[in-house]
Design a protein around this ligand. Structure first.
Ligand code: CP
Ligand code: NVA
Length: 308
């Protein structure tokens, strides 16, 4: 049995297998030949933070696969009133076939997974957002921009940045990260990524220079400056991130025809300008839609591993 907590635990081949499965499932859905590969299975979804895409994609995906998803907010279940994680994990995994968790501390899902009898999927923690990166990579494959990608990530050194580090170092593409001073990526995650990059051939650099990061990039990406749980720091962050907006002037430094990606929700006028976001709406909203298809691929893949 496998959990999906970070991309670090997956090989390049496994990541590609999941993406291929997701693309096949997407094709079948569009052509009306969709199969109910998870008939009568249940997915418990524990949300300790807000969500639009993650909730809708997992719930819809499970339904389309013939199963059922349970939305469990921490306001409703006893976890939010102090029932231990290990007890919650043993109870839920004795009744459901898979669990998806969106929470704060990454150690929470690690503990949950260690007590769970069924696969656990990370639907975002403070440290990683790996399901988003499955959708991002699927989108890169569909747009024919995965091969030889030079990705520039400009903004906060957060869960998205850490996941880009894992994806790049596994898949072997170039990644230049630019964050303001004091908002750099976690040094341990960077160290892990640099080690992995030696094997995959990925060229990974970090700096405090957004223009340098974007120069010559084939894909530019960013994320909110204040993640969920950092609401109190919003004002201070807007000041610290001055000059980090991805706008048309900065996009001009990227390679001609470069694409822009954003996990959404986007804050126009902060990390990205209205014009860049709307100018790349086709790929950005395909990226959002691909959350559905990529995660269906993931759930089917995880289910297949249990049967092996
Ligand atoms: N990108 C993403 O995970 O969106 P939600 O927070 O809406 O789920
Ligand atoms: N970094 C953001 C991603 C939202 C999908 C957050 O954690 O809030």
């Amino acid at each position: 049995m496998r959990h999906f907590l970070t991309l670090k635990d997956f090989t390049k081949e496994e990541i590609l297998e999941i993406i291929e499965l997701g693309l096949e499932i997407k094709k079948d859905l569009k052509s009306g030949t969709h199969k109910q590969q998870l008939k009568s299975k249940t997915l418990a979804m524990i949300f300790e933070k807000s969500s639009t895409r993650t909730r809708v994609s997992f719930e819809t995906g499970m339904f389309q696969l013939g199963g059922h998803a349970l939305f469990l907010s921490n306001r409703d279940i006893h976890l939010g009133r102090g029932e231990p994680i290990k007890d919650t994990a043993r109870v839920i995994s004795s009744m459901c076939d898979m669990v998806m968790i969106r929470t704060f501390e990454h150690s929470m899902i690690e503990e949950f997974a260690s007590f769970s009898k069924v696969p656990v999927i990370n639907g975002l923690t403070d440290s990683y957002h790996p399901v988003q990166l499955l959708a991002d990579y699927m989108t890169m494959v569909e747009y024919g921009i995965a091969e030889g990608a030079k990705v520039a990530y400009v903004g906060d050194g957060n869960n998205m940045t850490h996941s880009w580090l894992m994806l790049a170092s596994k898949m072997g593409f170039d990644l230049r990260i630019a964050t303001p001073k004091g908002y750099e990526v976690d040094s341990k995650v960077l160290e892990d990524a640099l080690k992995l990059a030696k094997e995959s051939g990925a060229n990974i650099t970090v700096s405090n220079d957004p223009k340098e990061a974007i120069r010559g990039a084939t894909i530019v990406t960013t994320d909110t400056w204040a993640s969920m749980g950092q609401e109190d720091e919003k004002e201070q962050r807007v000041k610290a991130f001055e000059g980090y907006i991805v706008d048309d002037l900065k996009m001009c430094l990227a390679k001609k025809g470069a694409k822009f990606l954003h996990c959404l929700p986007a804050y126009r006028g902060q990390e990205v300008s209205e014009s860049v976001l709307e100018g790349h709406a086709d790929i950005v909203f395909t990226e959002a839609e691909n959350r559905l298809h990529a995660q269906k691929g993931l759930m089917v893949w995880l289910d297949q591993q249990r049967e092996k």
